[in-house]
Design a protein. Structure first.
Length: 168
């Protein structure tokens, strides 16, 4: 799986709330039409960014998955430009295997987007291509760790508590 973090670039003219909502609605529809339903989770707005988890079947080769993610991203970008005359920039996280890693993937997508200022707008940037000097720091809130430990106890998972507490 990968996480696409999509940023709607600001239009050249002043826009009202209705126009912003229209652009946001159009972007969600374009994602729904571009990425097959079986390859994505519903898109979620986080502040001014749209996050979409995308992926292919586990047995799909890594290069095929990367090609598909890039193809979807390129189409989203092109359709927004064609139909809405709106530029979007897309940050793509490193691939990940567990939903518990989405917070890291989201931080990677945002980090990739921060580098869009080095380029023209309307770009697709992979996190790995920016060659970040240091890994994205992710801090877990104690209540999150508590919930993970309680879930591990309910599921009788003997290994999860070790990884939650950093002993495994």
């Amino acid at each position: 799986m990968s996480l696409l973090v999509i940023h709607l670039e600001h239009p050249r003219h002043e826009e009202d709330q209705e126009e912003r909502e229209l652009r946001a609605f159009a972007l969600r529809n374009i994602i729904d039409d571009t990425v097959p339903e079986e390859n994505r989770l519903p898109a979620v707005w986080v502040d001014d960014l749209l996050a979409v988890v995308v992926g292919l079947h586990e047995q799909t080769a890594t290069t095929d998955a990367e090609t598909a993610v890039y193809h979807w991203s390129e189409n989203i970008k092109a359709y927004m430009q064609e139909y809405m005359q709106t530029s979007v920039s897309i940050g793509i996280s490193e691939p990940f295997n567990a939903f518990t890693e989405t917070n890291i993937a989201f931080a990677q997508g945002i980090e990739a987007l921060t580098h869009r200022f080095k380029f023209t707008e309307n770009v697709i940037i992979y996190y790995r291509s920016i060659q970040a000097k240091e890994k994205v720091a992710v801090y877990h809130h104690p209540s999150q760790t508590e919930e993970e430990l309680l879930l591990a106890i309910r599921l009788v998972d003997r290994e999860k508590p070790k990884s939650c507490l950093g002993n495994g």
